[in-house]
Write a protein that binds this ligand. Structure first.
Ligand SMILES: Cc1cc2nc3c(=O)[nH]c(=O)nc-3n(C[C@H](O)[C@H](O)[C@H](O)COP(=O)(O)O)c2cc1C
Ligand code: SF4
Length: 515
């Protein structure tokens, strides 16, 4: 009997649900039954309600089972799952599962499919075609391709990536850097982590292309220390890329050099802000820098530096491999390409949905998310992390694009969507936003450092029913001051969740019992 390939994820979420124990149990049970099994530790497919999601390779394709627990394993073997047999946990051929089948996976094409640390598996699935194409191009042409693709930064600010790259290319200095912002501090977001754990070579390839494009031979991935599994996968993948000469002194035999290292953050939300990240990378306290100068002109160690998010970097290989027009053809308005939307909070089917920009929030929440996990109506969603606005159910028809969301006073940010049902207390959510800012403020500017603390106090008075109208006015004034006067987005955007909660859910702030 030939060897049977069984995939069990090494993704953090799957591991947190027992994937390691399930992998061990499958190995032990196969041995007991004299079945020749090869266990491959892949990333997650992004259907988190089914994790640990185990897949078996059959002649008809990969067949999925989940969520699998250790005690299910003997029964799965009894049912012949190792040959794709029927079982209560079976979901059929994975690629045919509607949640996956209707997605447009460009950046996440290989995530959950391949062995994340195998260069040969990566290449067999189309990897390194972008770098190969880039090596045959002039630097300015690589930058032009990124510009033409319409790619905008996926970290939150949506700045055109090609313009940033062109600025770095235009600097006439011998030392430049490529950095990757893998701090991923936004609530409800996990796309960076999922990509790094499931297909880190796409990020490595993207950063190598960035280095070639702008003339930088050193890259750093700034990874949050809360991602130990991603760190491990990255370390293994970088070592494998060096071994296969896709990194190092002679990238793909081109004579061009690109070195890559991972640096760990110490766990501050503000270190995801790009200048604060650079300070932290330099070994200093993560405090925001005044701009200008822009990092593209004077960044890491004072040198021209590309700062891009994980997903931005990881979107570049397919643009180079398939051409700018291929990528630009996806999307809506000025939001070109695809976005990995992350469904979180009170949803039946939490997970990752990569689709072209332009589908509605309603489609994401109900067609993919399956509605709330509690079965109650979804009252609101917060999109774009802890600094994103709350969007009421009456606006769920909005198309998910940068300008489209901004037109309703919201933001798309890194694509995280956190759902709340009708039991949520929006005054408490507003307090949470202010408290988050107070805790995470770097302290450099007064509106944020002092304003957020005063904001918590004002909301506490509102919660206690004290001088409600007066305190609501005070809160609005304070939000205006923070919006206008803060040095960076942490203080400057904290008013978004607060004022949107006030605007759409004013009843939660008024009429509270005085105590
Ligand atoms: C408080 C704050 C936190 C941020 N956190 C992150 C983060 O965790 N990851 C990220 O990529 N960008 C984050 N950003 C955005 C970065 O400052 C920057 O715009 C981004 O890294 C640029 O890369 P991009 O153009 O590829 O998006 C944050 C911004 C602010 C103001
Ligand atoms: S807004 Fe807050 S986090 Fe940003 S620079 Fe000012 S004090 Fe620091």
């Amino acid at each position: 009997m030939s060897t049977i390939d069984i995939y069990v994820p090494r993704d953090s979420s799957a591991l947190s649900l027992g994937a390691e124990q399930v992998a061990n149990a499958i190995g032990a049970e196969a041995k007991k039954r004299n079945i020749d099994v090869r266990l491959i530790r892949n990333g997650s497919r992004g259907m988190y309600w089914l994790e640990p999601f185990v897949e078996v390779v059959t002649p008809g394709g990969r067949v999925g089972y989940g969520p699998v627990t250790v005690k299910d394993v003997p029964g799965l073997f009894d049912a012949g799952f190792h040959t794709g047999g029927q079982h209560a946990l079976a979901h059929g051929v994975t690629d045919e599962i509607p949640f996956l089948k209707s997605q447009q996976r460009l950046t996440f094409e290989r995530v959950g499919v391949i062995d994340p640390v195998s260069v040969s598996d990566y290449v067999a699935h189309g990897g390194y075609q972008g770098l190969r194409a880039a090596l045959a191009m002039k630097q300015a042409d690589i930058v032009q391709a990124v510009l033409d693709s319409g790619l905008r930064g996926r970290g939150g600010a949506a700045f055109p990536t090609g313009i940033k790259w062109k600025t770095v290319l235009d600097q006439n200095t011998p030392q430049k850097y490529v950095t990757c912002n893998a701090d991923e501090g936004d609530s409800g977001t996990f796309a960076d982590r999922m990509l790094m754990e499931g297909d880190p070579l796409t990020l490595i390839e993207g950063m190598t292309i960035a280095g070639l494009a702008v003339g930088a031979n050193q890259g750093y991935i700034y990874l949050r220390c809360e991602y130990p599994h991603a760190h491990q996968v990255l370390k293994e993948a970088i070592a494998a890329a060096y071994q296969a000469r896709y990194l190092g002194a002679d990238v793909m035999g081109s004579g061009r050099k690109f070195d890559l290292e991972v640096r760990l953050g110490a766990g501050a939300y503000v270190c995801g802000e790009e200048t604060s990240m650079l300070e932290s990378l330099e070994g200093k306290r993560g405090e925001v820098r005044v701009r200008p100068p822009l990092p593209a002109i004077k960044g890491l160690f004072g040198q021209p530096t590309i700062v891009n998010n994980v997903i931005t970097h990881a979107s570049v290989p397919i643009i180079l491999a398939k051409g700018a027009a291929f990528y630009r053809d996806y999307g809506v308005g000025k939001s070109r390409g695809t976005l990995p939307f992350q469904l979180a909070g009170n949803l039946k089917h939490g997970g990752l949905v990569e689709r072209a920009f332009g589908l509605t929030l309603k489609e994401l929440l109900y067609d993919y998310g399956g509605g709330s996990a509690t079965g109650r109506p979804i009252r609101t969603v917060q999109v774009g992390g802890p600094l994103g606005a709350y969007i009421p159910a009456s606006q769920f028809d909005v198309a998910a694009g940068y300008e489209e969301l901004s037109a309703i006073g919201a933001l798309l940010g890194h694509g995280g969507i956190v759902a709340f049902d009708d039991t949520v207390d929006m005054a408490k959510m507003a307090r949470y936003a202010m408290e988050f800012c107070a805790i995470e403020s770097c302290g450099k500017c007064t509106p944020c450092r002092i304003g957020s603390t005063r904001g918590v106090e004002v909301i506490d008075r509102i919660l206690a029913g004290v001088d409600t109208e007066h305190n609501l006015k005070l809160l609005e004034d304070l939000c205006e001051t923070m919006l206008q006067g803060s040095l960076c987005g942490l203080g400057g955007m904290t008013p978004f969740p607060v004022t949107s909660a006030l605007k759409y859910f004013g009843e939660d702030f008024r009429g509270r019992a005085r105590h």
